[in-house]
Design a protein around this ligand. Structure first.
Ligand code: PHE
Length: 344
């Protein structure tokens, strides 16, 4: 092959290789181009090298020199293309990422409004000297009824008014009789009994927790709700103490302009008994019951009614929270709609 032909073949090869490497959009395309031009077997550069042998001996040095130069250039073009693809990969979508754009804010969760209310009520009562205690939600009839002076014949014990459990086994550690019927507690007054059974007077406790009643849900009722139970037992405790504590409690939670009112009522475990209403704005709202602990209850837990007396109260936590935050339907608390919950 004449030298001129060989040289023009090399020039063509050099251009074709440069263009192929530059056009490779990804590593697969680049590898294909590498095999085409630089492949050890059947690569185009290898094929061109074979042409060297057919050059007239006098032109060989020039042809060889040119061949080496072209090979070096093609190697360099390949290395440059490889470098270009590698740096594109590490900067990723560098072109459409703007590090100065403000990030998406992280939305932090918070406690459920009822949990927040419970914490706040505990805190208020704590400042009044009442320590917080808890009792089980699964109860026996002794703590939910009997010891609270609610006899078997009382309508409140009707199975249709309570969530009795199908199992009759007593809760471990609950202190009930094995085999006795169990129910989800219908009131936190159960905790009064549990505390008095285990402590000597004076007693000054609150208990906040869930209670269960088969009520149809509406704006002010729900089959599960929370109560705050308060109990104070000491010498010479009077109704006036009860009213003072409830007034302090109400004004601490709802504000100075809240008034409280007692209406005569009846609970088997208090005598006398009252309904506790609170006024807020125009309306009087019923928040629960209260009264002086019935001597029968004191006797049931082994206290001497001639020595000590006390008061107890049980108020609805959902109602307090709803009042404070202008919630008109307590079912909202249990829908788990974040648009509602976010507001607290
Ligand atoms: N346990 C009563 C109820 O659930 C409320 C109450 C508590 C009344 C303590 C008097 C004393 O309605």
């Amino acid at each position: 092959m004449p030298l001129a032909d060989f040289l023009s073949q090399l020039a063509e090869l050099e251009t074709a290789a440069r263009e192929a490497f530059a056009a490779a959009a990804d590593t697969h395309a680049l590898e294909a181009a590498r095999v085409e031009f630089l492949g050890a077997k059947g690569g185009r550069l290898k094929a061109a090298q074979k042409g060297l042998g057919t050059i007239p001996p006098a032109d060989k040095p020039a042809a060889g020199q040119r061949f080496n130069a072209v090979k070096t250039q093609i190697d360099a073009d390949f290395a440059a293309a490889k470098e270009r693809l590698a740096s594109a990969a590490t900067t990723g979508q560098a072109a459409d990422f703007d590090p100065t754009t403000p990030g998406t804010p992280l939305v932090l969760g918070h406690l459920h409004p009822i949990t927040q209310t419970i914490e706040e009520l505990k805190d208020i009562m704590g400042r009044l000297g009442f320590s917080a205690t808890e009792g089980p939600e699964i109860e026996d009839e002794w703590h939910n009824f009997e010891a609270l002076n609610i006899p078997a014949s009382h309508p409140a014990r009707d199975p249709l008014e309570n969530f009795y459990l199908a199992t009759a086994e007593s809760v471990a550690g609950a202190g009930g009789t094995p085999g006795a019927p169990l129910l989800l507690r219908s009131q936190t007054s159960t905790v009064q009994i549990r505390v008095m059974e285990n402590t000597r007077p004076p007693v000054r406790i609150v208990s906040l927790g869930r209670v269960y009643r088969p009520d149809t849900a509406d704006a002010t009722h729900y089959p599960m709700f929370h109560q705050i139970e308060g109990l104070l037992i000491d010498r010479r405790v009077t109704m006036a103490d009860l009213k003072s504590v409830l007034r302090l409690f109400a004004t601490s939670y709802l504000g100075r302009d809240v008034h409280i009112r007692f209406r005569p009522s009846f609970f088997p475990f208090t005598e006398p008994s009252v309904e506790v209403d609170m006024q807020w704005g125009e309306h009087w709202i019923e928040f629960g019951g209260a009264g002086m602990v019935d001597p029968n209850v004191l006797s049931a837990v082994g206290y001497n009614p001639d020595e000590v007396s006390g008061f107890a109260f049980g108020l609805g936590v959902e109602r307090l929270c709803a009042r404070r935050h202008h919630v008109t339907d307590i079912r909202e608390f249990y829908k788990n709609d974040v648009r509602f919950l976010h507001q607290f």
